[in-house]
Design a protein around this ligand. Structure first.
Ligand SMILES: C[S@@+](CC[C@H](N)C(=O)[O-])C[C@H]1O[C@@H](n2cnc3c(N)ncnc32)[C@H](O)[C@@H]1O
Length: 239
């Protein structure tokens, strides 16, 4: 016969087990980024060879979606100006930079920055197939360091794709991006959809939090667009 105490102990054990499972799931879902940037960097180094597999999904291959969400706003910001400059933060294997480099209208320069040597080496392999290597500089750097550096260099467009929610220093990175953009410059970034955003505690990923942060940093026109089940795309224009 199970007595009250045994029943209570079983319930408590189940509760702790469920809580443990939830914490492990949440840590995995947030790519273990709450356990420190060292682990996250290793994760990207180890799996860089497989990263581009997801680009086969129709949300990545559709020219209509790509043009509407990414290329058109970037074209509006960068134009055909030879002096225009784009900064690709957490560039990874370079999806957005490679896309821009292949556009006839793009005549400017790109700086692309990431802390994973594995991701950057995949990026460099893809670049070898293009003839635009002179238009790009690839830099291995942690965004936590970049966010604290003093510089007067300004860009027409800054991108932060599929990475903001993993950055412990997300708020500082947004502040620094705002300082590094010219007036009317575009900050193109992604965020998790609302139903997942609450998981990224302290990183201001809900629509309300991110809109307030962007406004505080001097962006006036802010638009959040649907994209994949995992990401929404934000266009924020610097006033
Ligand atoms: C999901 S990938 C996105 C890559 C690319 N932006 C894209 O759209 O395919 C996230 C990238 O953020 C980079 N990253 C994460 N934390 C970083 C940090 N603190 N400094 C620099 N790069 C970071 C990782 O190395 C990885 O390449």
């Amino acid at each position: 016969m199970i007595n009250d105490l045994q029943c209570w102990l079983v319930l408590m054990a189940l509760l702790w087990f469920s809580l443990g499972c939830f914490i492990i799931w949440a840590l995995g879902f947030t790519e273990f980024s709450y356990l420190g940037r060292h682990g996250l960097r290793n994760l990207y180094n180890w799996f860089s060879w497989a990263y581009q597999g997801k680009w086969k999904n129709k949300n990545y291959t559709s020219p209509k979606i790509t043009n509407k969400l990414f290329l058109q706003p970037l074209k509006d910001a960068l134009g055909q100006n030879q002096n225009s400059k784009m900064l690709d933060l957490a560039c990874g294997t370079g999806r957005i930079s490679l896309m821009v480099l292949q556009q006839d209208w793009f005549k400017g320069q790109i700086k692309a920055l990431d802390f994973s040597e594995g991701m950057l080496s995949q990026f460099k392999k893809s670049l070898q197939k293009l003839s635009s290597e002179k238009q790009i500089e690839i830099i291995q750097k942690d965004l936590a360091i970049w966010a604290k550096e003093e510089t007067t260099e300004k860009f027409e467009a800054i991108t932060l794709m599929e990475a903001g929610e993993f950055l412990p220093d997300f708020i500082q990175v947004v502040k620094r991006a705002a300082l590094s953009l010219k007036t009317n410059g575009l900050f193109l970034l992604t965020k998790p959809p609302e139903y997942m955003a609450w998981l990224y505690l302290g990183r201001k990923q809900t629509n309300k939090q991110i809109t307030e942060l962007l406004k505080e940093c001097g962006f006036d026109k802010i638009q959040i667009n649907n994209w994949t089940s995992r990401y929404e795309v934000i266009w924020a224009w610097k006033a």
